[in-house]
Write a protein that binds this ligand. Structure first.
Ligand SMILES: Nc1ncnc2c1ncn2[C@@H]1O[C@H](COP(=O)(O)OP(=O)(O)OP(=O)(O)O)[C@@H](O)[C@H]1O
Length: 322
């Protein structure tokens, strides 16, 4: 069954600028986006700043009305059936505001449980279960003021789940969280997915999207430019593999000669401290590695690795191509 259906949604913001001569400005944040997310799927929306991710999410959680198009959550229209949708979705936006510093993790959740009208008899059990799910059970009675950003974000996720929503929206959940905290957060998100929740998330971290998402779409200037599983996206844009060569002092003439090799699509050089890392994208099943090695005769080479494209490689390429 489909959990989220988005059908040609567009959204235009109208703002006014100027003091004396007020001028209307139109900003099209979404220009006809369609997608669907199955029940139990974890779906990622990726795209640069200002692409329209938050706008779409706000429409889906009934905080914004679309200019045109329709969207449904578990078959219910987000404009016509606001009550159902609000009961069914939970959302967590990035950042750590909105918690009560001087209250414990448990008391914060109890406060929000009251606010969300969770029946009193269910509150304690549900809060304890959620603290367990987001791995904060051992900090249950500690004040939030001593929590790291990662812990706060996990507490936010627990808050967003208090009314037991079937569909969860996470807007940049790991924003500003250190690598260890981000890993713990990913584990919590994966646990929610394993528990059968449908998750729709935005992120700027490709690794996070790759690890968590069943499917991903990439949005740019309000339009979807690609959609698929992480492996489909990687395969779609990058034909063949990547050769990563670490060199010391490679002349530009050598790079130019590499670019001319048959089967090579692109050669990018990145400076990393003393070294230059050359990234060669080439057709698979060609003799490119040998040809490249020939050109590198006389150049000091640290390492050569052939690696599969990452989601980040695919993303960067898609952004460059559209
Ligand atoms: N309230 C608003 N009024 C006017 N324009 C807005 C408003 N909110 C967003 N926009 C514009 O709509 C476009 C999409 O914004 P949105 O916040 O949805 O992007 P985003 O993909 O979530 O970006 P980010 O990754 O930075 O969060 C941007 O050009 C933005 O400037």
């Amino acid at each position: 069954m489909t959990a989220i259906e988005v059908d040609r949604i567009s959204r235009v913001y109208e703002t006014r600028t100027g003091v004396l001569r007020r001028q209307k400005q139109r900003q099209e944040a979404l220009g006809g986006v369609s997608l669907h997310v199955d029940r139990g799927e974890t779906y990622g929306l990726l795209g640069p700043n200002g692409a329209g991710k938050t706008t779409l999410m706000k429409i889906l959680i009934t905080l914004l009305i679309p200019t045109s198009g329709t969207a449904r959550i578990l078959g219910h229209d987000v404009v016509k059936d606001v009550q159902f949708v609000r009961r069914t979705v939970g959302y967590v936006f990035g950042g750590d505001r909105g918690l009560y510093e001087r209250l414990s993790a448990f008391d914060n959740l109890r406060y929000f449980a009251e606010l969300y009208a969770v029946p009193p008899r269910q509150q304690r059990q549900r809060i304890d279960r959620l603290l367990e799910e987001v791995r904060l059970a051992e900090f249950r009675n500690e004040r939030v003021q001593g929590f790291s950003r990662g812990m706060r974000q996990r507490l936010h996720i627990a808050r967003g789940l208090l009314h037991d929503p079937a569909v969860i929206f996470l807007d940049e959940p790991s924003l500003g969280i250190d690598p260890v905290g981000a890993r713990e957060l990913r584990e919590s998100i994966a646990a929610l997915s394993a528990a059968g929740k449908t998750i729709f998330l935005t992120t700027h971290y490709m690794y996070e999207a790759d690890e968590l998402c069943d499917r991903i779409s990439i949005i740019r200037k309000g339009t979807l430019v690609a959609e698929g599983t992480p492996s489909e996206l990687k395969a779609k844009v990058t034909h063949g593999g990547l050769i990563e060569i670490t060199t010391y002092g490679v002349p530009m003439a050598v790079i130019e000669r590499m670019r001319a090799v048959r089967g090579v699509h692109s050669v990018v050089v990145q400076d990393r401290e003393q070294a230059q890392v050359i990234l060669v994208r080439a057709d698979a099943h060609t003799d490119v590695p040998h040809a490249i090695m020939d050109h590198l005769a006389g150049v000091t080479v640290g390492s050569i690795v052939t690696r599969d494209p990452t989601l980040e490689d695919a993303y960067v390429e898609l952004m460059a191509a559209t």
